[in-house]
Design a protein around this ligand. Sequence first.
Ligand code: BEZ
Length: 251
Amino acid sequence: MSGPQRWDPARYAENARFVADLGQPVLELLAPQPGERILDLGCGDGALTRTLVARGCKVVGVDSSPEQIAAAQALGLDARVMAGEELAFDGEFDAVFSNAALHWMPDADRVLEGVARALRPGGRFVAECGGDGCVETIHGALIAGLDARGLDGRAASPWYFPTVVDYAARLARAGFEVPEIRLFPRPTPLPGALGGWLATFAESFTRVLPPEQRAGFLAEVEQRVRPTLCDAGGRWTADYVRLRFRAVRTT
Ligand code: BEZ
């Protein structure tokens, strides 16, 4: 069985709160001003959307996960179920913001077309996502584990981790100037064992396996990457690489 990643807000809160916590630098790059109209693309459970609202912005959050949107709405946010490839806005926003979401949207050109359309001329798109080489050790082990079972591991991967050259070219084609874009490693300590991270983020890989094989597969992946990502004290650090940029709609 295959299909999109499903999100469980409780599990996300337990294993992935660091995603929003580590979003502060990209929020600072956005430099939101009170009264600005901002679209939070891939808002998840609304943790950063709420921060933007607290700074006096008028914010709409969108995410393809109905479960995450329900969690965001429970915070009192204007949050709507909408895929990044299906953005239905026209010149309404001063800025589009996105943290840790674009790498789940492989049709980047379609996303950027919708972002450009959503912005007023001169509006900015400020975002951070996984970039080229992100979680390479884990990603490689997931793919190799499926390949070893006679499946196509790469085809099961939901992630798109672009290079600077690739993403900057797509932004330019979509009508943006790109004053800032950079790729950098950000080793990320995990709140628990890798199993929690895999349960939260790697469902697209396990869904292609029969249910009775899934736990064994994830245990094998964890064992395979332990020498690289787990220290002698049992602390896990994921090999994140981030792509962070600020782009401005020119037309
Ligand atoms: C992230 O949330 O940034 C992320 C999720 C899955 C794989 C890599 C990065």
